[in-house]
Each structure stands twice: as C-alpha cells, then as structure tokens.
Design a protein around this ligand. Structure first.
Ligand SMILES: [Ca+2]
Ligand SMILES: [Ca+2]
Length: 348
C-alpha cells in the first residue's frame, strides 16, 4: 500500500528530525517549503527547519547550508561553502552534490520550477546554470562571463525565461539574464540602495528585494519601473540577507544576518487565519474536498504542488450547502488554498 507507507515514512522521518531548542547562528538564507508548510534557514555548517515560524527550530537531518536555498520538485537545494547539495524533502537524505570548478563564492540560488537552478558567484562576478532535472546527477554550464558586478540574490522569472539578479555595492543595480542566450540587461540602473542581498517574487508579478544600506525590503512592480519601501529596521530587519516569499501564505521570510533571527512578515489579507465566525468550512476527506457554505459565496480554490507551483485555480459562486469536489492534487503532495469572503483555509 503506497500511501500508508509514505505516511509512516513522513511520520517517523518527522520524529527523527526533531531535536528541540536549536538557535540559529551564522544565518544567511531562508526558504519556504509549501508541501510541509515549514521554513528552512541556512545555519553555517548545518541547516535548521521550523514548522511554527521560528518558535522552535530543529536540525534538518545532517543537511548543511551557508547560503542560498531553493525548494523544487520535492528537493531542497542548498549552497554550503561553494558546494550545491540536493536533499530529499521527505527525509533530508543527501541525493547529490555539485562542485563547480574555479568559483569564488557561490551565494544566491533561484529555480524555474522545471529542473533548472541559477546560481551567482558573488566574488567571481559570474552566473551559472545548473541542470538539476536529475538531482543525483547535477551538471552545470556558465551562463555569463564576468559581469563587472557583484551578483547576490537570484530569482527566476520563468514566464520570461530570465533570471533576475540583485547586486552588492553602493547604489546597486538589478539586472536580468536571458536563460537561453545569456544576454544581460539592466532593469534598475542604480536603485539608490546599498548592498542588495535577496530577491523573491510574490507569485503575483511583484518582487521583494532586501538591502543592508539601509536595512530595508523594497517592493518592485513587474517591470521594475515602480518601487515602495515595505519593511525597515523597525520591522526587525538587521542586515537582511536572503529572503523567501511563501505565495501560499503571502508571508515573506527574511534571514537577518545581523541578528541571526528569521523574521516573518504578512503581506496578505489581514483577516487570514481568523477562524471565528467563518462563513464556510473546507476539509480534505479521502479523495474529496468538502466545502460547506452557510450562505451563497464565491469560493476560490488554488492548488500548489510540492515545489510551490500553482497547478489549478478556479473560482465560482456557490449557493449555501455542502459540496464535494475531487481533491485537486490527486495523488500528488502539495497544498490547496480555499478562499471565501476574505477567509483562507489551507489544506494538505
Ligand atoms: Ca533564491
Ligand atoms: Ca545572499
């Protein structure tokens, strides 16, 4: 029986990974795992995980990360002192490693959701593509020559087949690299910000960028023509390094390298998570999803697979009553988000 054995594995895997009371140190990057609704943080020579947004941290097996991390297709990819390692999300086992020759300082990591990683060499000034379609046999290719810049955080804009990279230094730039041609273009020629570190997208066409000078997170629109400050030191930022936006929760996680604290910032509907007086309920029951409405409402259902990619979105008006829908993810893992009247329920 496939499902019970997987459940047992997840259960005992979870037990064996739990050791209480770890305190993050030497942190640089955080990454959201939508399938497990948990966050990872790079911890120098180890890798910690939290299921309660930082109240409790435990070791993620023997995994290690010093810099960028990405979750893609059931795998956590992590940079640890210039080596890229692939870990199975289900049990933290090491699936494969990749050491790219002659690099200076691998720092930021992005993914396209379809087997491709993009990594920055901060001191070498170069960008590399990593074919991770088989995490046990990762291969690399050089995407650019020396940019004459200090590339740091990376996010892949899969729809436009490009990597977007934020750079270190004064009045730092934001650039884009075409993933087919390697052609480099400048999206923001001087942000007015110093020492950009992390970048991620919100799944809705906006980009969040962290900077150290000043301590800030800035939100850009899709073509980087407009920006606004959304977080400052007052929100707990301290040398904010790599960041991760959980599109399922509308929460931004920030690894603050100055304080060794991961901070979490809600950019969603402020009524999210309020369970009192909810006009509807949604539960996952066997092969079905059961939605119960006390009055006629528009219900939106969005399903995400284990890598966080949206694989279904539907929205329709339903009258009061109880409705059985087939479970949108079938046999696959992931999350289903049900929204109704400003309330959100997350099912898995
Ligand atoms: Ca990243
Ligand atoms: Ca970084």
């Amino acid at each position: 029986m496939r499902i019970p054995s997987l459940l047992l594995l997840a259960f005992f895997g979870g037990l064996s990974l739990t050791s209480l009371g770890q305190t993050p140190s030497s942190i640089e990057a955080t990454e959201y795992d939508p399938g497990g609704d948990r966050w990872f943080v790079s911890n120098g020579s180890s890798l910690l995980v939290t299921e309660d947004q930082g109240e409790n941290w435990s070791f993620f097996g023997e995994a290690e990360a010093s810099h960028g991390m990405e979750v893609m297709n059931g795998v956590l990819y992590a940079i640890g002192q210039n080596v890229i390692r692939a870990y199975a999300l289900e049990d933290a086992s090491l699936l494969g490693t990749l050491a790219i020759p002659s690099v200076g300082f691998l720092n930021g990591l992005g993914n396209n959701g379809a087997g491709l990683l993009v990594v920055s060499d901060f001191s070498g000034g170069r960008m590399y593509a990593v074919n991770a379609s088989d995490p046990t046999q990762m291969t690399h290719s050089q995407l650019t020559g020396n940019l004459g810049l200090t590339p740091n955080g990376v996010v892949v804009d899969a729809a436009n087949n490009r990597a977007i990279v934020v750079c270190w230094g004064n009045d730092a730039d934001i650039i884009a690299i075409d993933l087919e041609s390697g052609e480099v273009s400048t999206l923001v020629d001087g942000t007015g910000l110093g020492n950009l570190d992390g970048i991620d997208d919100d799944g809705n066409g906006q980009y969040y960028v962290s900077s150290w000078s000043p301590n800030r997170v800035t939100r850009y629109n899709a073509d980087f023509s407009e920006s606004e400050t959304v977080l400052t030191g007052a929100a707990g930022l301290s040398s904010p390094a790599d960041i991760s936006y959980a599109v399922e929760l509308d929460v931004l996680g920030v690894a603050n390298s100055g304080s060794d604290v991961v901070t979490f910032h809600n950019f969603g509907d402020p009524t999210n998570g309020v369970e009192e007086a909810m006009p509807f309920s949604a539960v996952h029951s066997g092969n079905d999803m059961v939605v119960t409405l006390s009055q006629g409402e528009t219900v939106e259902v969005v399903a995400y697979d284990l890598s966080g990619r949206e694989c279904l979105r539907r929205s329709e008006f339903l009258p009061a009553g109880r409705f059985h829908w087939s479970w949108p993810l079938g046999e696959r893992g992931g999350l289903v988000v049900v929204r109704c009247s400003g309330n959100t329920v997350v099912l898995r």
